[in-house]
Structure formats: structure tokens, C-alpha cells
Design a protein around this ligand. Sequence first.
Ligand SMILES: NC(=O)c1ccc[n+]([C@@H]2O[C@H](COP(=O)([O-])OP(=O)(O)OC[C@H]3O[C@@H](n4cnc5c(N)ncnc54)[C@H](O)[C@@H]3O)[C@@H](O)[C@H]2O)c1
Ligand SMILES: O=c1ccn([C@@H]2O[C@H](COP(=O)(O)OP(=O)(O)O[C@H]3O[C@H](CO)[C@@H](O)[C@H](O)[C@H]3O)[C@@H](O)[C@H]2O)c(=O)[nH]1
Length: 328
Amino acid sequence: MSVLVTGGAGYIGSHAVLELLKKGEDVIIVDNLSKGHKDAVLGGKFYKGDLRDSEFLNKVFSENDIEAVIHFAAYSLVGESVSMPLEYYENNFICALNLLKVMNSHNVNKIIFSSTAATYGEPENIPILETDKTEPTNPYGETKLSVEKMLKWSDTAYGIKYASLRYFNACGADESGNIGEDHDPESHLIPIVLKTALGQRESITVFGEDYDTKDGTCIRDYIHVTDLADAHILALYSLREDEKSAIYNLGSGKGFSVKEIIDKAREVTGKKIPAIIGDRRPGDPAALVASSRRIKEKLNWNPKFDDIGKIIESAWKWHSSHPHGYNK
Ligand SMILES: NC(=O)c1ccc[n+]([C@@H]2O[C@H](COP(=O)([O-])OP(=O)(O)OC[C@H]3O[C@@H](n4cnc5c(N)ncnc54)[C@H](O)[C@@H]3O)[C@@H](O)[C@H]2O)c1
Ligand SMILES: O=c1ccn([C@@H]2O[C@H](COP(=O)(O)OP(=O)(O)O[C@H]3O[C@H](CO)[C@@H](O)[C@H](O)[C@H]3O)[C@@H](O)[C@H]2O)c(=O)[nH]1
């Protein structure tokens, strides 16, 4: 039987596909390539298509013996979601709705969902626990929280078991340097900092220096993409072992400010990396840091990258060897 990976040509999805293949899983990938790259998919059976198209989805499920779904496909940019909320609801909610409907009609009862730290909003406590309140400060987080609620009711009604993984900030690249992050336009901090190091941008703009944090810039929890990919495999195994549905945070437990990330990248690359201070970006909470105790205890998740310098080094290996991403 096969594992269907939606959004498997995207940044995190392509790393998960690689790890699944290494474990000997039979993998099917669906991606509309709106943001992803066919060259990022290093194996498996690839379908180009859109999850908003139920007929297409039904065909994929009819042609294959699908056991479980890992659902990455979504729009995922905090700032963009504030200016395009309806597109975010349409893509993120409708894709998940169509997927759950087709899963139910084909008796597929396991799904791993890419949720996010953005479901919490402005946290009351750091580190954030899965039981903490969820009040998103942006439409992106709202769409993901709505899907989590739909998953809960689909479990109650149809017995579809889920693991909802609330990732904090995914970063880094596969150690081989063969796949990595390539968004167009790029909006994530670490790739932009590294593109500045490569001389492709004149400077990095720091979005706000007046937050209530140690140096006034936003704090995030940066987690390596391969450690994230590994967590999906553990979640898949747990659903196979009839574990109950659950929500898990995935982060390193350490917070770094925007300025600290820029300084660390200067150290790793040996480049100057000019930075200028700009306005706050709408929708950004001041600080997000995870407690990942639950997934460590319940699924034995054991992240390998616990050093931000090593994480940035892996991203630098990818960016410096692929300065134009997959379009070499
Ligand atoms: N990058 C992060 O830091 C982060 C953190 C938390 C959660 N997430 C979540 O993880 C998932 C993957 O994120 P990513 O950074 O790899 O993003 P990405 O944009 O690189 O990957 C998403 C993939 O989904 C595809 N896709 C989008 N809409 C589709 C549709 N309607 N039909 C078919 N394919 C579609 C895109 O072409 C792309 O390849 C997303 O759900 C995102 O919300 C990401
Ligand atoms: O040019 C830039 C880009 C980003 N930032 C800041 O850097 C931090 C990280 O930003 P970014 O890399 O864009 O990630 P987030 O907005 O934190 O969102 C990521 O991490 C979330 C989980 O925390 C996921 O849900 C999202 O999908 C994913 O894009 C934020 O404080 C940004 O304001 C800058 O200062 N300048």
C-alpha cells in the first residue's frame, strides 16, 4: 500500500518524500506545482494536479491503493495571508475538505496534517504547550485551526485518525545539498539572509525593532526540515499502531531573534550581510517557541539538529550550490 503526500514537490514535502523513500515506503505525490518543483521530488509516483479538483483526487485514489495521507499542500505565508484571506481559506480549507471527503469514500483512515505555530497567535506562555489557547493573529493560522477542527469531527464521525503537527519555523536543507528551500518570491528569513550573503539582494530588512523581546526583534523557534520529516514518519507509524488522534508541536525549544539569526548567518558564511530596520509585518506575533515534550515522550522524536549554526550551514550548502534554486 502507498502513502500519498500532497504538496510533495514543496520545501518540507520534498524532504518528507525523501525520508519516506529511504524507509522503503511506496510514495505517491500530488502537487499542482504552483509553488513546488518537480525536480525536488526524488522518487515515487508523481501526479500534477490540484486538490481543489475533486474529480482529479478521486482518480488518484481509484488508481492506487492508498493507506495514509500526509497533507502538506497549502498556502503558508503569514504576511500574504493578511492581504489575501479568501485565497487562503479557499486553498487551505477546500483542499483539506476535498481530501477528507475522498479519503472517507475510499475508506482511508489515516492522515498527518501540516499545522502550524500560527494557530496559537500571541502566546500567553513560552514555551508553548499544545494545550495552550489558540487565537491566531493572521488568516493563515485561522485556516489551519479550522482544518484541525474539521479533522477532530471527521475522527468522531468517520473514524479518520489524524496527527496534526504544529511546526514552528522550518529551515535548513537535506545534508546532501541536493534539495532545499526555493520559493519565488522568497519571503522566509533564513533564505533571504543567505541570498543577501550571495549578493543576490542588497540587504535584508528586519521587520520591526520595537517588539517586547530581548533586542526588539521577533523571536522564532527554528527547526531543521529533516527533523520535521522524521517526525512525520513517526506519526505515520503511530497511526499504524492504532494510536489515538493527537496534536503535536514540533520545534527546537530555543528561540532566536531576527538579529541573532542574521549574526549567526554572518558567522557561518563569512559575509557582511547588510541589514536595515523596517516596519513591523502585519500578523507577526512577537515570540513563538515550542515545547515539543509531548512528541518526544509519546513518539520518541529525537531531533538531530540542535545547533542553529549547523542548521544555517545546511541551508548555506544548498543555497551556495544552487544559487538559482532548482532553475540552476
Ligand atoms: N515552512 C514553514 O516554516 C512551515 C511552518 C509551519 C507549517 N508549515 C506548513 O507546512 C506545509 C508545507 O510548507 P512548505 O514551506 O513546504 O510550503 P511550500 O509552498 O514549499 O509547499 C507547499 C506545496 O503545496 C503545493 N500546493 C499548494 N496548493 C496546492 C493545491 N491546491 N493543489 C496541489 N498542490 C498544492 C505547492 O505547489 C507546493 O509544492 C504547508 O501546509 C505549511 O502551511 C510550514
Ligand atoms: O525579510 C524578512 C523576513 C522575515 N523577517 C522576520 O523573520 C521572522 C521569521 O519570518 P518567516 O521566515 O517569514 O517565517 P514566519 O512568518 O515566522 O512563518 C513561518 O513559520 C510559521 C510557524 O512559526 C509557519 O506557520 C509559516 O508557514 C512559516 O512561513 C518573522 O519575525 C519575520 O517578521 C524579517 O524580519 N525580514
